[in-house]
Design a protein around this ligand. Structure first.
Ligand SMILES: Cc1cc2nc3c(=O)[nH]c(=O)nc-3n(C[C@H](O)[C@H](O)[C@H](O)COP(=O)(O)OP(=O)(O)OC[C@H]3O[C@@H](n4cnc5c(N)ncnc54)[C@H](O)[C@@H]3O)c2cc1C
Length: 423
């Protein structure tokens, strides 16, 4: 790990040199996207694609090896506290690393999105010293992977209705229940779970968070397949799973605060992909598609293409502002819901634009380059519009917290719809 000549914090310029030396020694530069030519190179625009689970494990091993290299070079947790294995440098250094690494060919780091984007920040904010020492460095080194065990068959948008129980038994808690849509549970080592610990309290008040060992006896993970053909998420069943009290997050029955920490980080980390979303569907790629199919002079197609581009640019600048706020040590706020909502709406806009340009070519696999593969994006985006808070829920949050509109009355699930219409 490089330091300055006086042994203190490196300057940004010194840090850039350190990072470039590390990247040059361990990875190769990507083919420049600007040299994109229709019909050549990467045809991959998929989202939640079908992945053979054996191949997935192989990719995970490569991803872990890369994170370990990064971490051992002092670049694995750039902003984290030194006492838990971080480098304790300002956020600008982290951003610099990310922008430099983006130019290099490195193994897919998506496996760590939930563990590092959501679980680790929650551990840092709410866990005991024992749990911080046990897991933080391992998560950032890629030795272990984390997942998020929140949603249940009867509790998604209305998360506080969750029913998975945790009952105290001496120095341990015993968990029983079912979680659903748990992304990456099948390769995760630990999970952040929210359980009901006091059913007699109002629904937001009787909840507690824990870190659970995903390999513990009584944890059963079953895959769920989505319409892209992939199976990124799972159902997870808990039968008498024992968790030490030291693995509790925050105080007993204060799990709602813990969950909110994770959810705000989740929206931040999904939303931060706004610029990445543009990478997935770069303007050059879309422009070349339009030219290739002879639609470059069509005023409506041109107008729609510009609409896609402008919306991605606006999302990118909004994200930049929000991320700067978070990294300056302020709490992520409702801007993150805007970021998450704009990312999914932009991807949806793009997928629909492409579907219109390609017509039937997106449906049938003719082997033609740059056509059928887009179907994966079209089928994958609806999942993005639901994950981490649906578009409708995001709109409620923006309406209430940003615009100050009256609170959403919620869904009265007990009253038949025809009776609701009478009022
Ligand atoms: C790809 C993907 C990955 C996921 N990964 C995870 C994970 O790792 N861990 C995890 O815990 N969960 C995960 N989830 C679950 C996700 O958080 C939930 O699906 C989401 O919160 C919605 O909950 P639900 O599916 O129960 O839908 P519901 O809450 O039942 O919603 C059904 C419909 O009603 C609408 N609706 C609900 N409430 C309101 C309201 N107040 N106002 C207006 N409309 C409303 C919704 O917008 C939606 O259209 C994932 C989901 C997806 C799709």
């Amino acid at each position: 790990m490089a330091t300055t000549t006086d042994g203190g914090q490196p300057t940004l310029e010194e840090f850039r040199e350190e990072v470039l030396a590390f990247l040059d020694a361990n990875a190769s530069l990507k083919e420049e996207a600007k040299e994109f030519k229709w019909g050549e190179g990467d045809d991959d625009v998929s989202l939640f694609e079908e992945v053979d689970r054996e191949r997935e494990l192989q990719e995970l091993a490569e991803a872990k090896a890369w994170r370990a290299k990064r971490y051992d070079a002092g670049l694995g947790w750039i902003t984290g506290p030194k006492k838990y294995g971080g480098r304790e440098l300002p956020a600008a250094y982290d951003r610099l690393y990310t922008s430099l690494e983006a130019k290099y060919q490195v193994p897919n780091q998506g496996f760590f999105g939930i563990g590092l984007g959501m679980v680790a920040p929650t551990i840092l904010a709410h866990a005991t010293e024992e749990v911080k020492d046990l897991y933080l460095a391992k998560l950032y080194r890629g030795d272990i992977v984390g997942c998020q065990l929140f949603s249940e068959p009867g509790a998604g948008s209305d998360l506080a209705s969750l029913q998975t129980r945790a009952e105290r038994d001496g120095d341990e808690w015993v968990i029983n229940g079912q979680k659903v849509w748990t992304s990456g549970a099948h390769y995760s080592d630990i999970g952040e779970i929210i359980c009901r610990t006091d059913p007699d309290q109002p629904k937001h008040k009787g909840l507690t968070g824990f870190i659970v060992n995903m390999k513990a006896p009584g944890v059963e993970v079953r895959p769920l397949r989505q319409m892209t053909g992939g199976a990124n998420f799972n159902e997870v069943f808990f039968t008498d799973v024992r968790v030490p009290d030291s693995h509790r997050l925050g105080d007993v029955n204060q799990g709602w605060t813990v969950a909110l920490t994770t959810l705000m980080n989740e929206r931040a980390s999904i939303g931060a992909g706004g610029a990445g979303g543009m990478g997935l569907a770069s303007l050059t790629r879309l422009q070349e598609m339009v030219r290739h199919f002879g639609l470059a002079d069509d005023p409506l197609v041109r107008q729609e293409l510009m609409d896609v581009y402008i919306n991605f640019q606006v999302a990118k600048y909004n994200n930049q502002r929000a991320m700067d706020k978070i990294k300056a040590g302020q709490l992520p706020g409702p801007e993150m819901s805007i970021a998450k909502l704009s990312l999914t709406q932009n991807l949806w806009r793009t997928a629909n634009f492409v579907a219109r340009v390609l017509g039937p070519k997106i449906i049938a696999d003719t082997g033609e380059w740059g056509t059928y593969r887009w179907g994966q994006l079209l089928c994958g985006v609806p999942g993005m519009r639901v994950a981490g808070g649906t578009d409708e829920v995001m709109k409620n949050i923006i309406g209430e917290r940003v615009l100050g509109l009256p609170k959403d009355p919620g869904i009265d699930a007990k009253t038949p719809f025809r009776d609701l219409l009478k009022n």
